[in-house]
Ligand binder design. Structure first.
Ligand code: ADP
Length: 439
């Protein structure tokens, strides 16, 4: 690095020396030395003033010429100024490119500060969310997007999942909102137009629902004929064939029933119910059905009612969900195994767990178990008589009840399927039910 030293000191000393020398020659040593030093000082002040003016001038582009060290100083300043201008130009280009590309995006993007004010947004945010510059820059986003569901999602802070809502500009457009937290309390809001996707999804749901519905009548007719023929006195091979046909048509009926239930669960509005589901009678009914299903396999099925609490919910749906879990335990565990059905509650909410001592499920299957027609073991599944939709139904019912399914299982160690209900769905059991449920 270049060492600055004492830049003006050398010049001052030389001037002083020159003044003294000339003063000595003319016998005016001190006077001429003083004149030389003052002159030198004035000259420095003049140089400094020029430099100062050049720095302060707004469009100071060309560098004027200076003398001595002032020239070095001016050039160093000039170089720094040029570099800073270049950096600024590059940054402007980056910002312009970012603006162009974000304007071309079909997703609405809004950058929010910690006071929930929109700091910046792209063109799509104006068309999809109705943001207006510059007025909206000084308003809270919650005064612009006033849907209570959005406000709850925004304030709740649980942004792992997106939120689907109609656009505030056009209710025909469905938007998927996603929020990301970054920096110190800043948020990035992205809203994607999923109208087309929603329509496709609805078309698929309607198709499955219609197709299942249409299959019902021919199936009922076929089963009716099969049962009539089975009552006849027929040769054993024919009887066996009819029995197999009866079994398969029953399977198809179950499939159609589950497909219809699933499309209803998917298309119904979110559940808002104050219907109380009495857990004890419901679970006892399921227990009896499970014992019937187990039949000769003689599973040891035990019901543990560890709480008096009941649930707000839809009884038919909860019956489907719980019975699917218990029937799976019966179907997938060997004869004579133990199955526990536990209903308990604490400050975290209610839990309905079905625990079996069956073969268990390998970890890599667990995340996919609730997909439609996902089976761990195809050969075992066809014997079991399941439709492949059981756990998918369970998941949908629980989502509609704001509840969650948690699965713990490992090969050789049995399985544990638990439905977790939030505390606000719990309701104290009616007094007249208390005695009855324990009996
Ligand atoms: P299915 O009608 O085939 O039973 P489900 O959606 O109910 O369909 O279950 C999906 C798969 O999960 C089943 O095919 C089975 O392989 C596995 N499964 C479900 N419950 C259990 C259990 N209790 N023990 C072992 N495997 C299970």
């Amino acid at each position: 690095m270049h060492k600055p030293g004492y830049p003006l000191l050398g010049g001052l000393l030389l001037t002083l020396l020159g003044g003294l020398l000339i003063g000595y020659l003319f016998d005016r040593t001190l006077l001429l030395a003083l004149i030389a030093v003052v002159g030198w000082g004035l000259w420095q002040i003049w140089q400094f003033r020029r430099l100062y003016q050049w720095i302060l001038a707004e469009n100071s582009r060309d560098l004027p010429s200076f003398r001595g060290k002032w020239d070095d100083l001016a050039y160093a300043l000039y170089r720094r100024q040029r570099e800073a201008r270049q950096r600024e130009r590059n940054l402007r280009q980056v910002i312009a490119r970012f603006r162009q590309s974000s304007a071309a995006l079909s997703d609405a993007i809004v950058i929010l500060d910690r006071n929930d004010h929109p700091e910046w947004w792209n063109k799509a945010a104006e068309t999809l969310l109705g943001l207006n510059a510059p007025a909206d820059q000084h308003r809270s986003l919650l005064n612009i997007l006033r849907d209570p569901r959005f406000i709850h999602y925004y304030q709740n802070g649980a942004y792992q999942e997106g939120l689907e809502l109609p656009s505030p500009r056009d209710p025909q457009i469905t938007l998927l909102y996603n929020i990301t937290l970054y920096g110190e309390g800043d948020r990035l809001l992205v809203a994607r137009d999923i109208t087309r996707l929603k329509r496709l999804e609805q078309t698929r749901q309607t198709f499955v629902a219609n197709a299942s519905h249409e299959l019902r009548t021919p199936l009922t007719v076929m089963r009716g004929y099969i049962e009539t023929f089975m009552d006849q006195d027929l040769p054993p091979p024919l009887h066996r064939a009819l029995a197999r046909m009866e079994q398969q048509s029953q399977r198809m009926e179950h499939l159609v029933r589950d497909l219809l239930l699933l499309s209803r669960l998917e298309s119904d509005q979110p559940l808002h119910t104050n219907q109380v589901v009495e857990m004890a009678p419901l679970l006892k009914r399921i227990l009896r059905d499970a014992q019937t299903l187990s039949g000769e396999k003689q599973h040891h099925i035990t019901l543990h009612l560890n709480t008096d609490q009941d649930l707000f919910g839809q009884e038919g749906e909860l019956h489907s969900a719980f019975s699917n879990l218990v029937f799976n335990a019966v179907r997938y565990t060997p004869a004579g195994s133990c199955i526990d059905l536990i209903w308990e509650a604490d400050a975290e909410g209610g839990r309905l767990c079905v625990i079996d001592t069956g073969p268990g499920i390998a970890a890599h299957h667990l995340p996919r178990l609730t997909e439609r027609f996902y089976r761990v073991d195809e050969s075992r599944a066809s014997e079991s008589g399941g439709t492949g939709l059981g756990l998918s139904i369970v998941k949908h019912v629980l989502v509609r009840h704001n509840a969650q399914l948690k699965i713990d299982s490992a090969p050789g160690q049995g399985s544990r399927f638990c439905c977790h209900f939030p505390p606000n769905l719990l309701v104290a059991q009616r007094d007249d039910q208390k005695g009855a449920s324990r009996s």
